[in-house]
Design a protein around this ligand. Structure first.
Ligand code: NDP
Length: 279
């Protein structure tokens, strides 16, 4: 990797990584807050992840983001972890702490909460929430959602056993239930969050009926240049709003930027700019 002498270096590691918006987002944050940083995307395979992280920090790198498929590996590698990383079982932000150890955090769940409660101005208390999917992204958002005093939270997954296993890890943290997609027929939710990867192939999770309450909203963690299949489904089924995960992406990046730089960027102009570019 080329370096710019004297400038603090950051990177996002992932595979594939060509599509990543993180370098753009962090560069916009740096410009906005008067910081000078060098943030790049690096294609890193799981097999070389540990070595690549080590050499990045050994050569003076200041902070890393990790994305698919490296978040669990980052979790295993970090010696110290934040509580939210421990809940998520995954790490998306790495840095060296004051004691010289590799420290890992997970800003995804908090990024989602910022987008829902600040940008979309939703009050989640006493709301009935449905999460579709029981993979890594679901695991990262369950605890922060349960902390919003929901009426209840249901996880539905194609492979229902995975939903049961996931819920077990959060037993005692709040009103949490699991079911199959078929069992959603007749149920009603104020907010449906799509945390499946179906949108990546422009597919819709196999929903039974329409489990969306009147005035209910839809949120897809996935994002793209066009509305995802789930965002379109929400619009077609009368959702009060139907958004994709671009806001969450920018918010999780802002939380990482704050951890590294001690400065909070204003996310709204960055979200606005990225949204205007895909219209
Ligand atoms: P995983 O591979 O860990 O999990 C995938 C999940 O999707 C599983 O529950 C799987 O079900 C389900 N699934 C896949 N295809 C289908 C389908 N056709 N119908 C129904 N269910 C399906 O992925 P992640 O949890 O890591 O990622 C999920 C999504 O979240 C991705 O779109 C990712 O881009 C997005 N994301 C967005 C972020 C943001 O900042 N906006 C941050 C992190 C993730 P099964 O168990 O049955 O296989």
């Amino acid at each position: 990797m080329n370096t710019t002498f004297g400038v603090d270096r950051y990177a996002v590691f992932g595979h594939p990584i060509g599509h990543s918006k993180s370098p753009r987002i962090h560069t916009l944050f740096a410009q906005q807050t008067g910081q000078t940083i060098d943030y790049r995307a690096q294609d890193v395979m799981p097999e070389s992840f540990n070595m690549d992280v080590e050499s990045f920090f050994a050569s003076g790198g200041k902070g890393l983001n990790c994305t698919v498929p490296l978040k669990e590996l980052a979790f295993n590698l970090a010696l110290q972890k934040s509580e939210r990383a421990l809940h998520a079982g995954a790490v998306n932000t790495l840095m060296i702490d004051a004691t010289g150890h590799l420290w890992g955090d997970n800003t995804d769940g908090a990024g989602l909460i910022c987008d829902l409660t600040i940008n979309l101005q939703l009050d989640l208390s006493d709301k009935r929430l449905l999460i579709l999917g029981a993979g890594g992204a679901s695991r990262g958002i369950i605890q922060p959602l349960l902390e919003q005093n929901l009426a209840n939270l249901v996880i539905a997954n194609r492979t229902v056993e995975k939903a049961h296993a996931l819920a077990k890890q959060f037993s005692g943290s709040g009103a949490l239930a699991t079911c199959s997609f078929d069992a959603l027929a007749g149920q009603q939710f104020d907010l449906i969050i799509n945390a499946t990867s179906a949108s990546l192939s422009d597919e819709l999770p196999p929903l039974s009926g329409c489990p969306l309450a009147a005035d209910g909203g839809c949120y897809d963690l996935a994002y793209g240049t066009q509305p995802t299949a789930f965002v379109r489904w929400g619009r077609e089924n009368g959702a009060s709003f139907s958004k994709d995960g671009l806001g969450m992406l920018v918010e999780q990046a802002a939380l990482a930027f704050y951890l590294w730089r001690g400065v909070r960027p204003d996310t709204r102009p960055v979200i606005g700019l990225l949204e205007s570019e895909r219209k």
